[in-house]
Design a protein around this ligand. Sequence first.
Ligand SMILES: *[C@@H]1O[C@H](CO)[C@@H](O)[C@H](O)[C@H]1NC(C)=O
Ligand SMILES: *[C@@H]1O[C@H](CO)[C@@H](O)[C@H](O)[C@H]1NC(C)=O
Ligand SMILES: *[C@@H]1O[C@H](CO)[C@@H](O)[C@H](O)[C@H]1NC(C)=O
Length: 401
Amino acid sequence: MSTIPLFLCSHIFFLLFLSLRCSSQKTCPNCGSIQVPYPLSTNPNCGDPDYSLRCDPGSQKIYFDSLNGSSYLVLSIMAASQRMVVQPSAWLPDRCVTQDMLVSEGLWLNQSLPFNVTSSNTIFLFNCSPRLFVSPLNCTPSSLCHRYLESSKQVDRKRALQCASALDPCCTFVAGGMPSAYKIRLHSSGCRAFRSILHLDPEKPAYQWEAGLEIQWAPPPEPACKTQVDCSGASKCLPAGISGRLRCLCNKGHLWDHGLGTCLRKKKNTKAGLSLKVSIGVISFFSLAVAITAITVRRSCRLSNLEKKAIDFSRDQDDVNLATYVSQRVINGASMEVVDQRLLGKEPLGDTMTSIKLFLELALSCLREKKGDRPGMKGVVQELQCIIQIVDQEEVSIETL
Ligand SMILES: *[C@@H]1O[C@H](CO)[C@@H](O)[C@H](O)[C@H]1NC(C)=O
Ligand SMILES: *[C@@H]1O[C@H](CO)[C@@H](O)[C@H](O)[C@H]1NC(C)=O
Ligand SMILES: *[C@@H]1O[C@H](CO)[C@@H](O)[C@H](O)[C@H]1NC(C)=O
């Protein structure tokens, strides 16, 4: 009987805990109209300091600063896929050379930081040295970089002629491997400018190709901290990673879950772990069955302490079978009538009601007459795993509160 109240308490605790935790990862304010999702950071007091971007106070635009002094304007940020698109460097006047060639010899990323160039980028290199003809890059006359110069309408005629000629070719390659995930090098004995196309489709006309350089970031690690005070229960403030920055590292036996922003107890990934889960599922299910029976008995016999049987012809006709009694209430949308009011409290949360309803529906689906209509043990266990997860996480939340 104690299963349900415990579960409900834990559920409420869990939701409360989640809302507290999520807000403790400090998200940076918008920069102009662009949202800056966690872990991206535009100042030292928000986001994660390793995921630094620059919000220009004057223009209210975001810039991605690469090594040796080059900056790239951020055009869009896709938080869900942990990617952003930046604008390649501007051209120097009347030349097929980009600014980042002079400033930094192209785009160089710090390999100790979590950013890299994705394989969605097809890179065109321009104004290259003839030496490049013998490189693994495609610098042939049929290379797609020629189509870009001729028909994308993104390069004016005069510059296009400087960008590729019989002696100085242009070349094409797909980024994302090593070293191109961290470096698109421009120099006088290589190439002097680059442009990037996202998800290039050679079937489409070149003027429909989308320009932009896509950069992804690694999922955020544990939050940075200055002292132990910044860390919650299951973690310690210790130096971490290549940078040696202090972070709230999870205690032994716990793993960082960046989605939830908390340390979760490590799950054993063994057969023993699985069978444990199944046993918990089966046990929970039987506890549930017992609980429902107990609730129903309590309801149908009010406060009398007589022991009730599941089927008893001495009771009212409608209440002979307790299962029928419960299913009638559920069908009539009055499922809360068969639940002990103490479980609900004065103002039950929507989630509490939903979970009780799901429990009841699952239990009743097991009482259906036809075998084919009843869920298999696997289905029941799957439904219950949802609940087990919440119970698992609740253990952690109580530990860290
Ligand atoms: C750019 O920075 C990297 C790392 O500091 C360095 O190895 C490289 O030589 C630099 N390139 C230029 C052109 O300064
Ligand atoms: C680029 O970053 C992603 C996400 O962190 C990572 O999975 C991938 O291995 C990195 N690519 C390279 C070439 O390092
Ligand atoms: C690369 O990033 C690490 C970690 O933030 C930093 O310590 C290091 O100085 C950076 N390297 C360069 C060349 O900026």
